[in-house]
Design a binder for this molecule. Structure first.
Ligand code: PSU
Ligand code: MN
Length: 303
């Protein structure tokens, strides 16, 4: 194991015994949801993974250590401190390690920790992508490059339309990242099951997803995979309501000159406020739904 990686006793035991393990991220805790729902959701995700046969490894950087598996106290700390904890993506890792600081890990950074720990499956809410207006800002999330080079399969509910979904799919195609749709041919748009864009392949069971992950590993070339899992209809937001909130949040970000790593957390928080917390309820449900699917895939992959 890499000298900078620290496994929790439960994650270490599960990996040593060859039991299914799934990674979970922590930017969603510190920067993606308000307190206390962030902590409650993180703990519910861990319980949901265990109920579905997988050991959860919530990842973060604590005191400069790349942690896979956190204590309840550590999750509570990340949730309470919120945006005071550094949002850590790939480029932040060496500095936080050297300075022995803390970081809430994005999809990209969590994939790095998962790969170092030997975890193959990772569940989250939404990934970063190509932002609207990227043709002038060049704002493209490091998550996409990570998917291109790190062998971890990420299960998400698609991408939010705070992003340019068409350009995000083009980027993933250029980078050779397989994009699968679970029981759908349409890329889900996070709060709603529908985006109008198509994924590469529809897959209908956890076993089928596990077979594709296994084939990718056997081929032994670099890269991960994106599995998109639509939010269950009963928790979806009405499309006009969510699109209006996203439009308003984007306008405010532009007026206030919000840029760089601050933009995604800013938009997430504004959309939550503008929908009176309704989007948060959807967000929580879709994450749990992804944890369930990821756990089932991890169980299949272990057979
Ligand atoms: N999208 C969400 N919720 C989130 C994020 C994205 O719906 O919490 C977080 C994830 O951690 C993701 C990160 O990896 O934002 C992307 O940030 P950026 O666009 O700065 O790379
Ligand atoms: Mn960015």
């Amino acid at each position: 194991m890499n000298m900078h990686v620290k496994l929790s006793p439960k994650v270490a035991a599960a990996l040593a015994e060859g039991r299914p393990v799934i990674a979970l991220e922590s930017t969603i805790i510190s920067h993606g949801m308000p307190y206390p729902q962030n902590v409650e959701t993180a703990l519910k995700c861990e319980a949901e993974a265990r109920a579905n046969g997988a050991e959860p490894a919530t990842c973060a950087i604590i005191g400069g250590q790349l942690c896979a598996g956190l204590t309840e106290e550590e999750i509570d700390y990340l949730g309470r401190e919120g945006t005071k904890v550094t949002k850590a993506s790939r480029r932040d890792i060496p500095t936080l390690v050297a300075r022995k600081q803390d970081g809430a890990t994005t999809v990209a950074a969590t994939m790095i920790i998962a790969a170092l720990a030997g975890i193959k499956i990772f569940a989250t809410g939404g990934i970063g992508g190509v932002h609207r207006g990227a043709e002038t800002t060049m704002d493209i999330s490091a998550d996409l490059e990570e998917l291109a080079q790190t062998p971890v399969a990420v299960i998400c509910a698609g991408a939010k339309s705070i992003l340019d979904l068409g350009l995000t799919l083009e980027y993933l195609e250029t980078k050779g990242v397989p994009v699968l749709g679970y029981q759908t041919k349409e890329l889900p748009a996070f709060y709603t099951p529908h985006s109008g864009f198509s994924v590469d392949y529809q897959v209908d069971s956890p076993a089928e997803i596990a077979a594709i992950i296994r084939a990718q590993r056997e081929l032994a070339y670099p890269g991960g995979m994106l599995i998109t899992n639509p939010i269950p209809e009963q928790y979806a937001m009405p499309a006009d309501q969510i699109n209006a909130a996203i439009g308003q949040a984007l306008k405010e970000a532009d007026e206030q000159g919000v840029k760089g790593k601050a933009i995604t957390p800013f938009l997430l928080a504004r959309v939550c406020e503008l929908t009176g917390g309704e989007s948060l309820a959807s967000n929580i449900q879709l994450v749990l739904n992804n944890v369930r699917l990821a756990s089932k895939v991890a169980v299949e992959l272990n057979k």
